[in-house]
Write a protein that binds this ligand. Structure first.
Ligand SMILES: [Zn+2]
Ligand SMILES: [Zn+2]
Length: 225
């Protein structure tokens, strides 16, 4: 006897939650995400199809495999994962579960995904994120990014939250959340409004201040030497 799961035909795609690391392509032209565990080797775009992480020739979510995108039903469950030391720099994603899916008690495993919202936690110093900056690791062709405030971003390669949303495309919204951020207004990739431009200006100003302080220090040393 072959057991079959009950088929579901939802009127609209189910919503799920997961955590991931934001990624920037080597040429800085594309933004995406990479998972924190299974499938972490394969960065994905905002709208993307899963492929079998074991390279098997079937379409995820294959019943006898564990490939495919994964998410949980409850936002709090995904947020709880961000507490562990190795996941502190990850971001919280709200996703639409598209295509075929298998429903589990705690979440879905599925074929196709649209990331609707990315909530970026605070900078390591505790201030609200103004940018996503080079985190110091990556995958071939992709740099991992982590939240940075305007004061801590310094000379690291970085993109503003709005810049990340624009590169990622597909209407992704990026929100500065977490301690001290007060939730922050969502930042969409399409068209910069006044809040996004003010945030961009603050980030540029902070970087300029930092460069000028470095130049001044070099100047002092030059006079002494
Ligand atoms: Zn598979
Ligand atoms: Zn900081």
């Amino acid at each position: 006897m072959r057991l079959r799961l009950p088929a579901e035909r939802p009127a609209e795609p189910p919503t799920g939650y997961k955590i991931a690391h934001p990624m920037l392509s080597q040429d800085g032209a594309r933004a995406g995400f990479t998972g924190v565990s299974l499938g972490g080797a394969l960065p994905y775009g905002v709208l993307d199809d899963a492929s079998c992480v074991y390279g098997r020739r079937h379409r995820p979510p294959a019943r006898l495999c564990d490939c495919g995108f994964h998410c949980v039903h409850e936002r709090e469950v995904a947020e709880a994962l961000l507490c562990t030391a190795e996941h502190r720099a990850a971001v919280l994603l709200e996703v639409s579960v598209l295509g075929a899916y298998i429903r589990f008690e705690r979440g879905f495993r599925y074929a196709r995904q649209r990331v609707r919202t990315a909530t970026v936690g605070p900078c390591a110093c505790g201030a609200a994120a103004a940018a996503l900056a080079d985190a110091g690791w990556g995958r071939p062709g992709w740099r991992a990014l982590a939240a940075a405030c305007a004061g801590c971003v310094r000379a690291r390669a970085s993109v503003s939250l709005a810049g990340f949303a624009r590169l990622a495309g597909q209407g992704l919204r990026v929100i500065a959340g977490g301690a001290g951020a007060g939730g922050g207004p969502p930042v969409a990739g399409e068209g910069f409004g006044v809040p996004e431009l003010v945030a961009e200006a603050a980030l540029l100003q902070a970087r300029l201040d930092w460069f000028q302080s470095q130049l001044a220090r070099l100047g002092e040393r030059g006079e002494q030497g």
